[in-house]
Design a protein around this ligand. Structure first.
Ligand code: GAL
Length: 444
């Protein structure tokens, strides 16, 4: 009996030893596979990048930029990863873990200033002063945009566009059918009177709004309409009292605005809301000028089919939304990443992308003949306005945690319309993250 037990124990010991060795061997082989795969990937002539430009206008624009790159580098396999969900909210949840885990693509769409700060603070972005110098970008990029792409005096991203946030897009036919002159809608009361006129003539929802972040976008413009000083305090984390009269007034206007909005907003993408104004179902849509890209994709003509005016009270302001690309650390195709950044910042790249995107070029030397009447007006207005303000909703104006919390507060408010909860949640949260306000904006 003992002999049999001994034999069994010996066999068990041998199998255990063999399996440990084989697991260990497998790990080595698989690591070698991963390393060889990674080294193989890095040897492949490829470029990977992430973005959230999935609407008709947005995808036309990014494809045009890729075409410019492929013309220069025909052998490079360009592999974009589009992430659905406008405004970058869903993308943030995907790209941040990748970059933080050292698995970043060669580039990704990122807003300037605060949105790029967590990556900078974690040492995950390569300094790219060399690109700004070799491409002489400081001679063509406006100073305010330069500063939004820098930390501690060095560059960590290149801007691909300059979008404007504080705009009301309108369907020209619907307004003329109701004898509404958009040039007169310079105050919120006059704007809401126009909404009343439209409702009286049978337009069920004079205004179209989409998913949560588009409501946050509206609220941000209402904050700006309270004056540049109030907006500056808001982005600098100084709006902390429950009875701030301008915050209370902004909320009153927001409530009134929502009373004219489509009831199905929560299921609507931003561009589906804009599409309803394009088609004439509704008259107004507050949205950044990426909406211009949707009108163009729908073959509509600015000044004939549609028009735009500044959000009431923000006529002399330019709400800045700046998309950028960067060079994450530890990527697989660093040479192609540098080429991509130069392509995005180039005159040829900008003049291929922005005319379709609806934005103006981030460069002051763009070929303005390639841009439509709206963009030519916006290019000159960028130089003429008295004030510029960084968008919170689109990543630049305030700490990322405030942007995300603002969206949560807005979603909650859309659901329960509890004014007191809205004010106390926002002011309390601003106080709780006071240390995160590291950029001191001076907007005057
Ligand atoms: C913004 C982005 C724009 C536009 C918009 C809608 O955050 O900066 O380029 O794409 O979202 O998705």
């Amino acid at each position: 009996m003992n002999k049999i037990i001994k034999k069994i124990i010996l066999i068990l010991l041998i199998t255990a030893a063999v399996s440990v060795v084989s697991i260990y061997a497998y790990r080595i082989v698989s690591n070698q596979n991963i390393e060889s795969k990674q080294s193989a990937e890095s040897e492949i002539d490829a470029l990977t990048f992430y973005h959230w430009w999935t609407s008709p206008g947005e995808s036309a624009a990014i494809n045009a930029l890729i075409d410019v790159f492929i013309k220069k580098y025909p052998d490079t396999a360009v592999m974009p990863t589009p992430v659905t969900g406008g405004g970058g909210f869903s993308m943030l949840g995907i790209i941040k873990p990748l970059v933080n885990a050292g698995e970043a693509p060669d580039a990704f769409q990122m807003h300037a200033a605060y949105e790029s700060k967590p990556y900078y603070d974690a040492g995950l972005l390569k300094q790219i002063d060399d690109i700004w110098e070799s491409e002489d970008l400081e001679s063509v990029i406006p100073k305010i945009v330069q500063d939004m792409n820098k930390f501690e005096g060095h560059y960590y991203s290149v801007p691909i566009d300059i979008h404007r946030s504080n705009l009301v897009w309108y369907n020209k036919l619907l307004l003329s059918q109701n004898n509404i002159n958009p040039d007169n809608l310079t105050t919120w009361d006059l704007f809401f009177n126009a909404c009343e006129t439209l409702k009286a003539s049978g337009v069920e929802y004079p205004i179209q709004m989409g998913e949560s972040w588009t409501a946050s976008h509206v609220f941000e413009q209402i904050v700006a309409s309270m004056g540049i000083d109030f907006y500056e305090d808001w982005v600098n984390g100084k709006i902390t009292s429950l009875d701030n009269p301008k915050l209370l007034e902004a909320l009153r206007i927001f409530n009134k605005y929502l009373s004219y909005v489509n009831s199905d907003y929560s299921e609507l993408s931003w561009n589906s809301a804009t599409a309803r104004v394009i088609e004439g179902e509704s008259a107004f849509n507050i949205m950044g000028d990426w909406a211009n890209g949707e009108f163009k994709a729908a073959k509509k003509i600015y000044g004939v089919d549609y028009g735009v005016f500044a959000v009431p009270g923000t006529e002399n302001m330019y709400g800045l939304v700046i998309d950028t690309f960067q060079h994450p650390k530890g990527i697989k195709h660093p040479v192609n990443a540098q080429r991509w950044l130069k392509n995005a910042a180039s005159k040829e790249g900008q003049d291929a992308f922005n005319p379709l995107k609806g934005s103006i070029s981030a460069r002051t030397d763009s070929d303005i003949s390639k841009y439509d009447a709206y963009q030519q007006f916006a290019t000159s207005d960028f130089l003429a306005v008295r004030y510029m303000f960084p968008s919170v909703v689109h990543g630049s104006g305030a700490p990322e945690s405030f942007k995300l919390n603002l969206n949560d507060i807005i979603v909650q408010f859309l659901d329960n319309r509890d004014d007191e909860e809205f004010i106390s949640s926002m002011t309390r949260y601003i106080q709780s993250i006071s240390s995160e306000y590291t950029i001191n904006w001076s907007l005057n």
